[in-house]
Ligand binder design. Structure first.
Ligand SMILES: Nc1ncnc2c1ncn2[C@@H]1O[C@H](COP(=O)(O)OP(=O)(O)O)[C@@H](O)[C@H]1O
Ligand SMILES: [Mg+2]
Length: 394
């Protein structure tokens, strides 16, 4: 069965029974065997970075993060501009007795998009249904989800940029008019029916805002980017986690861990777990600055939060490509990764940290990258800024 968006034929007489029955009939009739599970695993098997500072979520993170996730806006650290905006919108929605407008959150992995979605549902006193773009493969997947919704529920779709066209088109009337268009039958027997669904809030999350169609993006009331966290904010996150883990830590040691956390709560939390294991193993009663350095050095995370792969990437840029400019594809091929991983996982922090510059001619290692690796900055590199402004890009 193909389900497409088309004109409503409400009350055509071909549909007998309640809306509930129609939904169930549709879901049953579309229940052909599926390869979804195997597809899903192959799709999600993107290159995994084995290092401790990958911002991608691992299954260990998932378990550990359950206990660390803040549950209210108050507990959510940093992102103050965003928090203020949501505070206002939540108040307004609640006073009108309406669900929150649809929200799109984007930004690098590990910055708190899923956490924020859960918090928004909590703050609204609403239930949350969690799904993801790649798992909504067939029309019945998305219809099934929409069917479960109750008034003011939150539907969270992670990796929303990976929704397929059909799923996306089914979502349009759902988010715009709170209607779902259902077409059944083939050829002359085709019937389309527009069914109402409860008013709900869609929260989409993505690491790739650019991959979302304009049509979908325009249907969100709020579109917000999450930024990397400052050292102060990350320090608060480290402190909070140490408290939750009942770990004794010196004030200065907090900054050591936060400083290596790449501006990313997920990584800061992971570093704390590593330090925790280390002090338990060594039987240290308190985490001091020296112990924090010692623990993190043993995991090869350096003072800027770079790991062995980051440093290798910079070394290749400097040695093989004379500091650049080098295209992302060439760079990715040389380190044996796909360009998407380099672009999504490695590069954002290196750019943020001022170690790589993106120019229209490709990526360049900055003088800071040379210095960080203990190399002399070649005279040509000094002119990088000029080169960038000539290119008109940064
Ligand atoms: N603002 C925050 N304050 C405190 N902890 C946070 C914050 N944002 C994220 N975290 C922590 O980082 C972890 C990763 O966040 P998550 O929401 O899963 O990131 P994303 O969905 O953007 O990849 C969470 O489990 C939570 O413990
Ligand atoms: Mg997430």
């Amino acid at each position: 069965m193909i389900l497409m968006q088309s004109s409503p034929l409400l009350g055509s007489g071909n549909w007998i029974g309640s809306i509930e029955e129609v939904f169930l009939a549709i879901l049953r009739s579309d229940a052909e065997p599926s390869k979804r599970d195997s597809d899903k695993s192959s799709k999600s098997s993107q290159t995994e970075r084995s290092s401790v500072v990958s911002s991608r979520e691992t299954s260990t993170d998932k378990k550990a993060e359950m206990n660390l996730r803040p549950e209210s806006l108050k507990e959510y650290i940093g992102q103050s501009r965003l928090k203020n905006l949501f505070q206002m919108s939540l108040e307004a929605a609640k006073s009108r007795g309406e669900p929150l407008d649809h929200v799109l959150l984007y930004g690098p992995p590990g910055l708190g998009k899923t956490t924020l979605a859960r918090i928004l549902a909590n703050e609204m006193g609403a239930r949350i249904h969690v799904s993801s773009g790649p798992s909504l493969e067939r029309p019945r997947d998305i219809i099934g989800l929409l069917h479960q919704l109750e008034q003011k529920d939150v539907l969270f779709i992670d990796e929303i940029h990976r929704l397929n066209k059909i799923a996306e088109e089914l979502l349009y009337p759902a988010i715009e008019d709170f209607m779902v268009d259902i077409t059944s039958g083939k050829g002359h027997a085709t019937r389309t029916l527009r069914l109402p669904i409860p008013r709900f809030t869609l929260i989409g999350a993505t690491t790739k805002a650019g991959r979302i169609s304009k049509a979908l993006r325009d249907r969100f009331g709020f579109v917000h980017r999450l930024d990397f966290y400052s050292l102060e904010e990350l320090s608060l996150i480290v402190k909070r986690a140490c408290k939750l883990f009942s770990l004794n830590i010196d004030e200065d040691a907090v900054a050591v861990i936060a400083g290596r956390g790449r501006g990313t709560p997920r990584i800061a939390n992971r570093l704390i777990r590593l330090v925790r294991d280390y002090v338990h193993y060594k039987n240290y009663p308190v985490i001091t600055v020296d112990i924090a350095h010692e623990a993190l050095d043993s995991y090869q995370v350096d003072k800027l939060g770079l790991d062995a792969t980051d440093r290798r990437l910079l070394e290749i840029m400097i040695e093989t490509y004379n500091g650049g400019p080098v295209g992302i594809d060439a760079l990715a091929a040389t380190i044996g990764e796909d360009s998407e991983t380099v672009e999504d996982v490695y590069e954002p922090f290196l750019i943020q940290g001022g170690l790589i510059q993106r120019t229209s001619r490709g990526r360049m290692a900055t003088p800071k990258a040379y210095q960080h690796l203990g190399r002399t900055v070649p005279a040509m590199q000094m002119n990088l800024e000029m080169l960038i402004s000539e290119d008109g890009s940064a």
